[in-house]
Design a protein around this ligand. Structure first.
Ligand code: CU
Ligand code: ZN
Length: 399
């Protein structure tokens, strides 16, 4: 019964929508795109027809992302004429399901804008885990490994390099498992290391891609600054390479209790509650310096290191750039800033449409970080928000 009402409502909405823009009719407003591993861009065609009796000019074709370019006709579309808008989506480093939109407006009076959707399913060239190799100050400098799986990608060789030549890197192919293993050994000398590894597959040759991993070695009493994550360093753990945390089913509520990092007195509680398809986030934090503080979900639910760096980088399963909470493209973990009053207290409530508490990309088992400084909402990859003042693991709460 409920379904029938819904279908009726959709039907009604469609009927109204069509009559509201009787002039320009679109044959399709969605394009399903399936680029191959070697494609740099995909092209979508959206066909229209002017069914009215007056010429119509497309005045505006605005893309949701700088990665998408739409070419509308410059001249008015005569009555009875058909044509198409060609939109090109440059893939870049994006992977998985991506939806980009183009909003089209015309000079028809009272017409609603039409939203054209490009839905691309971009294959993954390879996956690797973990994106960060981390030696704590007390840990022996034993070799650690990054496992790379290539699936059906025709990769035959991986070139793995580091700008720091003292890091020993060994790459071995395991053809039987369609995988490579990268073994990394830091130098034995007592030196802080914060290096980026470049992983370059030999396919596709005409559109070379680089993946980034990070090597970090802390020393006792060292100035252990933020991790220098490469622009695309963070990859979501994906199916089959998943932590136990994401197996939790459809949670209604989660909570993160924030504890101060070493030398900080910032603490607080952040709650996450499902509300329809959205998640409501409420944060109460104390002990801050007055003003703004970056507030994010980070990839790992590990607050064990004194500086909070063990929590990894921003949680970014969609492999998008860092941004503000209301940006069309952002890390799922980008929640913007907390703002503390003169007494150092901050209260924040926001509604989020991107995060989920179930499935592979669940926030449960990850962490919340409050930063020492303000997130400028634009610097890549982490908004230049400085050190980590508090850390808390996101855990299942009583519903
Ligand atoms: Cu952060
Ligand atoms: Zn971010």
């Amino acid at each position: 019964m409920k379904n029938r009402v819904l279908i009726f409502q959709i039907g009604l909405a469609l009927a109204l929508g069509v009559s509201a823009r009787a002039g320009l009719i679109w044959e399709n407003t969605e394009a399903d795109l399936h680029p191959t591993l070697s494609d740099k861009a995909v092209v979508a065609h959206f066909k229209y027809k002017n069914t009215g009796d007056k010429p119509i000019t497309i005045t505006h074709a605005h893309s949701s992302c700088g990665c998408t370019v739409a070419a509308p006709p410059k001249d008015p579309i005569a009555p009875g004429r058909s044509g198409e808008i060609v939109a090109t989506f440059t893939i870049g480093d994006r992977v998985g399901e991506q939806t980009k939109t183009v909003e089209v407006r015309t000079d028809e009076p009272d017409s609603a804008p039409t939203v054209l959707k490009l839905k691309a399913t971009i294959p993954r060239l390879l996956e690797y885990k973990p994106p960060l190799l981390y030696w704590r100050d007390w840990e022996k400098r034993m070799p650690k490994t990054i496992d790379v799986t290539i699936g059906d990608s025709p990769i035959t060789n991986l070139d793995v390099t580091s700008a720091d030549p003292s890091i020993k890197i060994e790459t071995v192919a395991i053809p039987k498992e369609k995988a490579f293993r990268i073994t990394v050994t830091p130098p034995s000398e007592n030196r802080q290391i914060n290096a980026t590894l470049k992983i370059q597959p030999d396919f596709p040759k005409e559109a070379p891609k680089t993946f980034y991993a990070n090597v970090r070695v802390d020393i006792a009493g060292g100035a252990n600054g933020p991790i220098g994550f490469g622009p695309r360093a963070l990859w979501a753990p994906s199916s089959g390479m998943q932590s136990a945390s994401a197996q939790a089913n459809d949670q209604a509520k989660a909570v993160a209790v924030l504890h101060p990092t070493k030398g900080s007195s910032v603490e607080g509680v952040v709650t996450f509650a499902k509300s329809g398809n959205d998640i409501k986030v409420v944060a109460d934090v104390t002990g801050l310096t007055p003003g703004k503080h970056g507030f994010h979900i980070h990839e790992f639910g590990d607050c064990s290191s004194p500086d909070g760096m063990s929590a990894g980088g921003h949680f970014n399963p969609t492999n998008d750039p860092h941004g503000s909470h209301d940006a069309a493209e952002r890390h799922v973990g980008d929640l913007g800033n907390l703002e503390a009053d003169s007494s150092g207290k901050a209260h924040l409530e926001l509604t989020d449409t991107m995060m989920t508490m179930s499935g592979e990309e669940s926030i449960i088992g990850r962490s919340v970080i409050v930063h020492e400084k303000e997130d400028d909402l634009k610097s890549q990859p982490v908004g230049n928000a400085g050190g980590r003042a508090a850390c808390g693991v996101i855990a299942i709460a009583k519903p």
